[in-house]
Design a protein around this ligand. Structure first.
Ligand SMILES: [Zn+2]
Length: 357
Protein backbone atom coordinates (compact mmCIF):
# COMPACT_ATOMS: atom_id res chain seq x y z
CA UNK A 1 0.00 0.00 0.00
CA UNK A 2 1.47 3.32 -1.04
CA UNK A 3 1.87 5.98 1.60
CA UNK A 4 -0.40 8.98 1.71
CA UNK A 5 1.60 11.86 3.08
CA UNK A 6 0.83 12.51 6.73
CA UNK A 7 -1.35 9.44 7.40
CA UNK A 8 1.44 7.29 8.86
CA UNK A 9 -0.47 6.14 11.92
CA UNK A 10 -3.58 5.05 10.09
CA UNK A 11 -1.54 3.32 7.38
CA UNK A 12 0.71 1.56 9.89
CA UNK A 13 -2.30 0.15 11.71
CA UNK A 14 -3.81 -1.08 8.44
CA UNK A 15 -0.56 -2.54 7.11
CA UNK A 16 0.05 -4.43 10.35
CA UNK A 17 -3.47 -5.86 10.31
CA UNK A 18 -3.21 -6.86 6.63
CA UNK A 19 0.21 -8.48 7.07
CA UNK A 20 -1.03 -10.66 9.91
CA UNK A 21 -4.39 -11.33 8.19
CA UNK A 22 -6.14 -9.83 11.18
CA UNK A 23 -7.95 -6.95 9.59
CA UNK A 24 -11.29 -6.37 11.27
CA UNK A 25 -14.20 -7.20 8.96
CA UNK A 26 -15.94 -3.87 9.69
CA UNK A 27 -13.93 -0.64 9.63
CA UNK A 28 -14.64 3.05 9.93
CA UNK A 29 -12.20 5.45 8.28
CA UNK A 30 -12.92 8.83 9.81
CA UNK A 31 -11.27 12.23 9.52
CA UNK A 32 -11.53 15.50 7.56
CA UNK A 33 -12.61 15.65 3.92
CA UNK A 34 -9.83 15.26 1.37
CA UNK A 35 -7.08 13.61 3.42
CA UNK A 36 -6.94 10.27 1.63
CA UNK A 37 -9.60 8.15 3.39
CA UNK A 38 -11.30 6.89 0.24
CA UNK A 39 -7.99 6.42 -1.61
CA UNK A 40 -6.77 4.32 1.30
CA UNK A 41 -10.03 2.37 1.44
CA UNK A 42 -9.63 1.47 -2.24
CA UNK A 43 -6.04 0.39 -1.65
CA UNK A 44 -7.09 -1.81 1.28
CA UNK A 45 -9.86 -3.29 -0.89
CA UNK A 46 -7.34 -4.03 -3.62
CA UNK A 47 -5.13 -5.86 -1.11
CA UNK A 48 -8.08 -7.81 0.30
CA UNK A 49 -9.37 -8.78 -3.12
CA UNK A 50 -5.98 -9.99 -4.43
CA UNK A 51 -5.98 -13.78 -4.73
CA UNK A 52 -2.24 -14.19 -4.30
CA UNK A 53 -1.36 -11.60 -1.70
CA UNK A 54 2.28 -12.25 -0.77
CA UNK A 55 2.39 -13.94 2.64
CA UNK A 56 2.98 -11.51 5.50
CA UNK A 57 2.87 -8.42 3.27
CA UNK A 58 0.46 -5.53 2.93
CA UNK A 59 0.44 -5.40 -0.87
CA UNK A 60 -1.05 -7.20 -3.82
CA UNK A 61 0.43 -9.52 -6.46
CA UNK A 62 -0.44 -7.43 -9.52
CA UNK A 63 -1.13 -10.44 -11.75
CA UNK A 64 -4.17 -12.34 -10.41
CA UNK A 65 -7.60 -11.85 -12.06
CA UNK A 66 -8.61 -9.36 -9.37
CA UNK A 67 -5.40 -7.34 -9.60
CA UNK A 68 -5.67 -7.27 -13.40
CA UNK A 69 -9.02 -5.49 -13.13
CA UNK A 70 -7.37 -2.81 -10.99
CA UNK A 71 -4.29 -2.67 -13.23
CA UNK A 72 -6.51 -1.99 -16.24
CA UNK A 73 -8.44 0.67 -14.36
CA UNK A 74 -11.53 -1.52 -14.51
CA UNK A 75 -12.09 -1.70 -10.76
CA UNK A 76 -15.52 -0.08 -11.24
CA UNK A 77 -16.46 -3.36 -12.96
CA UNK A 78 -14.88 -5.57 -10.27
CA UNK A 79 -17.64 -8.02 -9.33
CA UNK A 80 -16.56 -8.25 -5.68
CA UNK A 81 -15.85 -4.59 -5.00
CA UNK A 82 -19.06 -2.78 -4.10
CA UNK A 83 -18.84 0.99 -3.68
CA UNK A 84 -21.93 2.52 -2.09
CA UNK A 85 -22.45 6.23 -2.72
CA UNK A 86 -25.51 8.41 -2.69
CA UNK A 87 -25.01 8.89 -6.45
CA UNK A 88 -26.11 5.27 -6.99
CA UNK A 89 -29.65 6.58 -6.56
CA UNK A 90 -29.38 7.61 -10.20
CA UNK A 91 -29.76 3.94 -11.15
CA UNK A 92 -32.76 3.24 -8.92
CA UNK A 93 -35.82 1.64 -10.50
CA UNK A 94 -37.96 4.04 -8.54
CA UNK A 95 -38.37 7.29 -10.46
CA UNK A 96 -38.99 9.28 -7.26
CA UNK A 97 -35.64 8.15 -5.84
CA UNK A 98 -33.91 8.73 -9.17
CA UNK A 99 -35.11 12.29 -9.37
CA UNK A 100 -34.94 13.29 -5.75
CA UNK A 101 -32.12 15.68 -4.86
CA UNK A 102 -30.15 13.77 -2.35
CA UNK A 103 -28.97 14.70 1.09
CA UNK A 104 -28.98 11.08 2.28
CA UNK A 105 -28.18 7.63 0.92
CA UNK A 106 -31.66 6.17 0.35
CA UNK A 107 -32.39 2.86 2.07
CA UNK A 108 -33.34 1.40 -1.30
CA UNK A 109 -29.83 2.17 -2.59
CA UNK A 110 -28.25 0.62 0.50
CA UNK A 111 -30.36 -2.49 0.09
CA UNK A 112 -29.35 -3.06 -3.54
CA UNK A 113 -25.71 -2.10 -3.13
CA UNK A 114 -24.94 -3.71 0.21
CA UNK A 115 -27.65 -5.44 2.25
CA UNK A 116 -28.54 -7.90 -0.53
CA UNK A 117 -25.21 -8.61 -2.30
CA UNK A 118 -23.45 -9.02 1.05
CA UNK A 119 -25.08 -12.44 1.37
CA UNK A 120 -24.16 -13.60 -2.14
CA UNK A 121 -20.98 -15.57 -2.81
CA UNK A 122 -17.94 -13.72 -4.13
CA UNK A 123 -17.92 -14.03 -7.90
CA UNK A 124 -14.15 -14.42 -8.15
CA UNK A 125 -14.36 -16.93 -5.26
CA UNK A 126 -12.25 -14.89 -2.92
CA UNK A 127 -13.16 -11.93 -0.70
CA UNK A 128 -15.90 -9.33 -1.11
CA UNK A 129 -15.39 -5.71 -0.09
CA UNK A 130 -18.05 -3.04 0.45
CA UNK A 131 -16.98 0.61 0.67
CA UNK A 132 -19.56 3.12 1.84
CA UNK A 133 -18.51 6.64 0.91
CA UNK A 134 -19.95 9.53 2.97
CA UNK A 135 -21.40 6.96 5.39
CA UNK A 136 -22.77 9.81 7.51
CA UNK A 137 -25.34 10.28 4.73
CA UNK A 138 -27.01 7.06 5.86
CA UNK A 139 -30.12 7.92 7.84
CA UNK A 140 -30.73 6.08 11.11
CA UNK A 141 -32.99 3.57 9.37
CA UNK A 142 -30.25 2.54 6.95
CA UNK A 143 -27.65 2.41 9.71
CA UNK A 144 -29.91 0.16 11.78
CA UNK A 145 -30.40 -2.17 8.84
CA UNK A 146 -26.62 -2.61 8.61
CA UNK A 147 -26.11 -3.60 12.24
CA UNK A 148 -26.49 -7.32 11.69
CA UNK A 149 -24.02 -7.28 8.78
CA UNK A 150 -21.50 -5.30 10.78
CA UNK A 151 -21.91 -7.53 13.82
CA UNK A 152 -21.63 -10.82 12.02
CA UNK A 153 -20.75 -10.49 8.35
CA UNK A 154 -20.69 -13.52 6.05
CA UNK A 155 -17.28 -15.18 5.62
CA UNK A 156 -14.66 -13.39 3.54
CA UNK A 157 -16.60 -10.13 3.61
CA UNK A 158 -15.32 -6.72 4.61
CA UNK A 159 -17.18 -3.46 5.05
CA UNK A 160 -15.41 -0.09 5.23
CA UNK A 161 -17.46 2.97 6.18
CA UNK A 162 -15.76 6.21 5.12
CA UNK A 163 -16.89 9.38 6.83
CA UNK A 164 -15.87 12.95 7.55
CA UNK A 165 -18.60 13.25 10.16
CA UNK A 166 -18.34 10.25 12.41
CA UNK A 167 -20.65 11.81 15.01
CA UNK A 168 -23.54 11.15 12.67
CA UNK A 169 -22.99 7.40 12.83
CA UNK A 170 -25.00 5.63 15.52
CA UNK A 171 -23.12 4.46 18.59
CA UNK A 172 -24.33 0.95 17.77
CA UNK A 173 -22.65 1.20 14.35
CA UNK A 174 -19.45 2.66 15.73
CA UNK A 175 -19.17 0.06 18.46
CA UNK A 176 -19.29 -2.77 15.92
CA UNK A 177 -16.41 -1.40 13.83
CA UNK A 178 -12.71 -0.87 14.22
CA UNK A 179 -12.14 2.85 13.85
CA UNK A 180 -9.15 4.23 11.96
CA UNK A 181 -8.48 7.95 12.38
CA UNK A 182 -7.17 10.06 9.51
CA UNK A 183 -5.66 13.40 10.45
CA UNK A 184 -5.39 16.76 8.67
CA UNK A 185 -2.29 16.97 6.46
CA UNK A 186 0.64 19.21 7.35
CA UNK A 187 0.68 22.63 5.63
CA UNK A 188 3.87 21.58 3.88
CA UNK A 189 2.12 18.61 2.28
CA UNK A 190 -0.78 20.82 1.14
CA UNK A 191 1.71 23.34 -0.25
CA UNK A 192 3.58 20.66 -2.19
CA UNK A 193 0.31 19.32 -3.58
CA UNK A 194 -0.65 22.84 -4.70
CA UNK A 195 2.63 23.19 -6.58
CA UNK A 196 1.69 20.13 -8.57
CA UNK A 197 -1.81 21.49 -9.31
CA UNK A 198 -1.19 25.03 -10.40
CA UNK A 199 1.62 27.43 -11.08
CA UNK A 200 -0.33 30.67 -11.23
CA UNK A 201 -1.01 31.42 -7.58
CA UNK A 202 0.58 34.52 -6.13
CA UNK A 203 2.54 34.25 -2.90
CA UNK A 204 -0.21 36.19 -1.10
CA UNK A 205 -2.93 33.89 -2.35
CA UNK A 206 -0.92 30.84 -1.39
CA UNK A 207 -0.27 32.26 2.07
CA UNK A 208 -3.98 32.60 2.50
CA UNK A 209 -4.96 29.31 0.90
CA UNK A 210 -2.67 26.85 2.67
CA UNK A 211 -3.89 27.61 6.20
CA UNK A 212 -7.49 27.91 4.95
CA UNK A 213 -7.24 24.38 3.51
CA UNK A 214 -6.60 23.27 7.12
CA UNK A 215 -4.81 20.11 6.05
CA UNK A 216 -7.47 18.99 3.60
CA UNK A 217 -6.65 18.54 -0.09
CA UNK A 218 -10.40 18.37 -0.66
CA UNK A 219 -10.77 21.87 0.75
CA UNK A 220 -7.75 23.11 -1.22
CA UNK A 221 -9.24 21.70 -4.41
CA UNK A 222 -12.54 23.39 -3.67
CA UNK A 223 -10.71 26.71 -3.28
CA UNK A 224 -8.99 26.28 -6.64
CA UNK A 225 -12.00 24.99 -8.55
CA UNK A 226 -14.48 27.54 -7.28
CA UNK A 227 -12.16 30.55 -7.14
CA UNK A 228 -12.55 31.06 -3.41
CA UNK A 229 -9.36 33.11 -3.23
CA UNK A 230 -11.37 35.82 -4.99
CA UNK A 231 -13.99 35.57 -2.23
CA UNK A 232 -11.37 36.36 0.37
CA UNK A 233 -10.20 39.38 -1.61
CA UNK A 234 -13.76 40.55 -2.09
CA UNK A 235 -15.09 40.12 1.43
CA UNK A 236 -12.34 40.26 4.05
CA UNK A 237 -11.12 43.85 3.39
CA UNK A 238 -14.72 45.00 3.92
CA UNK A 239 -14.83 43.23 7.26
CA UNK A 240 -11.66 45.08 8.29
CA UNK A 241 -13.16 48.38 7.07
CA UNK A 242 -16.01 47.95 9.56
CA UNK A 243 -13.44 48.53 12.28
CA UNK A 244 -13.07 52.07 10.81
CA UNK A 245 -16.85 52.51 10.86
CA UNK A 246 -17.13 51.93 7.13
CA UNK A 247 -19.74 49.43 6.05
CA UNK A 248 -20.31 48.64 2.38
CA UNK A 249 -24.13 48.65 1.99
CA UNK A 250 -23.88 46.11 -0.82
CA UNK A 251 -21.77 43.59 1.12
CA UNK A 252 -24.65 41.35 2.23
CA UNK A 253 -26.04 41.16 -1.30
CA UNK A 254 -22.60 40.35 -2.72
CA UNK A 255 -22.04 37.61 -0.17
CA UNK A 256 -25.41 36.10 -1.04
CA UNK A 257 -24.50 36.24 -4.71
CA UNK A 258 -21.15 34.47 -4.12
CA UNK A 259 -23.02 31.73 -2.28
CA UNK A 260 -25.66 31.42 -5.01
CA UNK A 261 -23.05 31.25 -7.77
CA UNK A 262 -21.10 28.57 -5.95
CA UNK A 263 -24.25 26.54 -5.30
CA UNK A 264 -25.32 26.75 -8.94
CA UNK A 265 -21.92 25.54 -10.17
CA UNK A 266 -21.93 22.79 -7.55
CA UNK A 267 -25.33 21.50 -8.61
CA UNK A 268 -24.31 21.65 -12.30
CA UNK A 269 -21.24 19.55 -11.59
CA UNK A 270 -22.77 16.99 -9.24
CA UNK A 271 -25.64 14.76 -10.29
CA UNK A 272 -28.40 14.56 -7.70
CA UNK A 273 -26.86 17.34 -5.59
CA UNK A 274 -29.46 19.44 -3.80
CA UNK A 275 -29.37 23.22 -4.19
CA UNK A 276 -30.16 23.59 -0.53
CA UNK A 277 -27.19 21.47 0.57
CA UNK A 278 -24.94 23.30 -1.91
CA UNK A 279 -26.09 26.68 -0.55
CA UNK A 280 -25.33 25.56 2.96
CA UNK A 281 -21.93 24.25 1.96
CA UNK A 282 -21.06 27.55 0.26
CA UNK A 283 -22.29 29.59 3.22
CA UNK A 284 -20.27 27.49 5.62
CA UNK A 285 -17.16 28.04 3.49
CA UNK A 286 -17.75 31.77 3.56
CA UNK A 287 -18.36 31.80 7.33
CA UNK A 288 -15.25 29.73 7.97
CA UNK A 289 -13.28 32.18 5.83
CA UNK A 290 -14.54 35.14 7.86
CA UNK A 291 -14.14 33.18 11.12
CA UNK A 292 -10.52 32.36 10.36
CA UNK A 293 -9.89 36.03 9.54
CA UNK A 294 -11.55 37.19 12.78
CA UNK A 295 -9.52 34.73 14.85
CA UNK A 296 -6.35 36.03 13.16
CA UNK A 297 -7.30 39.63 14.05
CA UNK A 298 -8.15 38.51 17.59
CA UNK A 299 -4.72 36.89 17.97
CA UNK A 300 -3.00 40.05 16.64
CA UNK A 301 -4.96 42.22 19.06
CA UNK A 302 -4.22 39.87 21.96
CA UNK A 303 -0.49 40.23 21.28
CA UNK A 304 -0.82 44.01 21.71
CA UNK A 305 -2.71 43.67 24.98
CA UNK A 306 -1.12 44.84 28.20
CA UNK A 307 -2.79 42.46 30.64
CA UNK A 308 -5.07 45.20 32.02
CA UNK A 309 -8.64 43.86 31.75
CA UNK A 310 -10.07 47.38 31.70
CA UNK A 311 -8.19 48.38 28.57
CA UNK A 312 -7.80 44.93 26.97
CA UNK A 313 -11.40 43.76 26.99
CA UNK A 314 -12.86 46.53 24.82
CA UNK A 315 -10.17 45.78 22.22
CA UNK A 316 -10.79 42.04 22.12
CA UNK A 317 -14.56 42.21 22.42
CA UNK A 318 -15.36 43.28 18.80
CA UNK A 319 -13.63 40.28 17.18
CA UNK A 320 -15.10 37.89 19.74
CA UNK A 321 -18.52 39.29 18.87
CA UNK A 322 -17.88 38.60 15.17
CA UNK A 323 -17.10 34.96 15.99
CA UNK A 324 -20.35 34.78 18.03
CA UNK A 325 -22.26 36.35 15.14
CA UNK A 326 -20.97 33.68 12.77
CA UNK A 327 -22.14 30.94 15.11
CA UNK A 328 -25.56 32.51 15.36
CA UNK A 329 -25.70 32.79 11.57
CA UNK A 330 -24.97 29.08 11.38
CA UNK A 331 -28.15 28.51 13.39
CA UNK A 332 -30.15 30.83 11.09
CA UNK A 333 -28.93 28.75 8.18
CA UNK A 334 -29.98 25.51 9.86
CA UNK A 335 -33.43 27.04 10.35
CA UNK A 336 -33.64 27.48 6.55
CA UNK A 337 -33.84 31.27 6.66
CA UNK A 338 -33.50 32.86 3.20
CA UNK A 339 -29.82 33.20 2.26
CA UNK A 340 -29.94 36.94 1.42
CA UNK A 341 -31.54 37.68 4.77
CA UNK A 342 -28.94 35.57 6.56
CA UNK A 343 -26.13 37.51 4.84
CA UNK A 344 -27.67 40.92 5.54
CA UNK A 345 -28.21 39.95 9.15
CA UNK A 346 -24.60 38.79 9.48
CA UNK A 347 -23.24 42.00 7.93
CA UNK A 348 -25.26 44.22 10.24
CA UNK A 349 -24.22 42.20 13.30
CA UNK A 350 -20.58 42.34 12.30
CA UNK A 351 -20.64 46.06 11.59
CA UNK A 352 -22.33 46.79 14.94
CA UNK A 353 -19.75 44.64 16.71
CA UNK A 354 -16.73 46.15 15.01
CA UNK A 355 -17.75 49.83 14.91
CA UNK A 356 -15.63 52.10 17.11
CA UNK A 357 -17.71 54.04 19.55
ZN1 LIG B 1 -3.46 -10.13 -6.98
Amino acid sequence: MDGIIGQDRALDALRTALRSNRLHHALIFHGPVGVGKMTTARAVARGLLCHERPEGEARWCGTCPSCLLFERGEDAAHPDLHVVTKELARYSDDRRIRERKLMTIPVDVLRRALLEPVYRAAQLRHNKVFLVDEAEMLAAEGQNLMLKTLEEPPDNTYVILVTSNEDRLLITVRSRCQRIAFVPLADEAVSRWMDAQTSDLSTDDRQWLVPFAAGSLGQALLVLEYGLVAWSRDVLPHVDAMRDNRCDPELGARMASLIETFAKQWVDRHDNASKEAANRRAAQLLWSMIGRHARGRLAETARQCTGEPVSDEPRLEPWLAVIDALQETERDLAAHVNISLVCDHLVSRMSRSLAQR
